[in-house]
Design a binder for this molecule. Structure first.
Ligand code: OGA
Ligand code: MN
Length: 303
């Protein structure tokens, strides 16, 4: 639940009348993505500017705000303008004093991981295992490796639109189960620093069932909504048929023609739409440090 405080109301009032900021939205030469240059998310953003950003997010699905030398408070406040924030189940990796911020990092201090080191090693949409999956996530670069560490984004509207019509008809009525636990133990076996989940944490991530083909609540466009990370089975199909169909959909959904590869620059703040895209961490060499802060905005029930 989001509590609206008097400060929020004052901020909203200040933002409504703020001077415009002089920024550009430049689409990438890629299936999805645009960069925003010249905007400072820590400064007041008036209603017209905010509407431009919102439009860019819906049109391009991933928006890269360049050069954001901003605090976690600014990151959280900007994120909250798009909706209530979700708190990640791995509370071990919350930023101190900011439960809404998840630390994504391969860094270990005194042998202890400071963040989630293997976030996104399989294609996924954030929090698809919740009844109300994420609208979008904002990832802010803190420390970047000299090589590697890219993030890939795949357009799931294109994935849907390019399926053969017979397959579209077949999957349109189907639903699938998504579970946070689907790959958890496998990842923990590879990365023993991953915390063992408490019963309370397990209870927080009960699986959810969603349509395989979702409708974007703001644009009305259909998108494929299954992932190799979290989708466990198609409801009502024998397991072997379900496995085969999911494998076919996974392979189709992340073709290079649907993908934008983000090469991080210092102070990038990347805001993607989890209703339109899947994403993947391309990987960072173990000896190089990488640290980012993530906020996650709650979305609607899937339909
Ligand atoms: C995430 C995620 C990918 C990356 O933070 O949700 O999947 O490249 N991250 O860090
Ligand atoms: Mn993710």
């Amino acid at each position: 639940m989001t509590v609206i405080t008097p400060t929020d109301i004052e901020n909203a009032a200040a933002q409504a009348v703020a001077a415009p900021q002089d920024f550009e939205v430049r689409p990438f030469d890629a299936p999805v993505g645009a960069e925003v240059v010249g905007l400072d998310i820590s400064k007041p953003i008036n209603a017209a500017d905010f509407a431009r950003l919102h439009r860019a997010h819906l049109d391009h699905h991933v928006v890269v705000f360049r050069d954001q030398r901003v605090s976690p408070e600014d990151h959280v406040a900007f994120s909250r303008r798009f909706g209530p924030l979700q708190i990640h189940v791995l509370h071990q990796f919350q930023l101190q004093g900011h439960p809404e911020v998840l630390i994504v990092s391969n860094i270990k201090e005194n042998g202890e991981p400071i963040g989630l080191g293997d976030a996104g090693v399989y294609w996924h949409s954030d929090l698809s295992y919740k009844e109300t999956p994420s609208l979008g996530s904002l990832l802010h670069a803190q420390e970047l490796p000299s090589e590697g560490g890219d993030t890939l984004f795949a357009d799931q509207h294109l994935a849907w639109e390019t399926l053969p019509p017979a397959l579209q008809q077949r999957i349109l009525p189907l639903k699938a189960e998504h579970s946070y636990l689907a790959k958890y133990e496998e990842l923990r076996a590879k990365n023993p620093w991953r915390p063992k989940l408490s019963q309370q944490q397990v209870d927080q991530v009960a699986p959810a069932v969603h349509p395989i083909v979702r409708t974007h609540p703001e644009t009305g466009r259909k998108a494929l909504f299954v992932s190799e990370h979290f989708t466990t089975r198609i409801v009502g199909l024998p397991q072997d048929e379900s496995d085969a169909l999911l494998a076919e959909l996974f392979a189709h959904s992340v073709q290079p023609a649907f993908v934008y590869r983000h090469e991080w620059k210092p102070h990038d703040l990347v805001f993607w739409d989890n209703r339109s895209l899947m994403h993947l961490a391309a990987g960072t060499p173990d000896h190089l440090r990488r640290k980012l802060f993530r906020t996650t905005i709650e979305g609607d029930r899937v339909f």
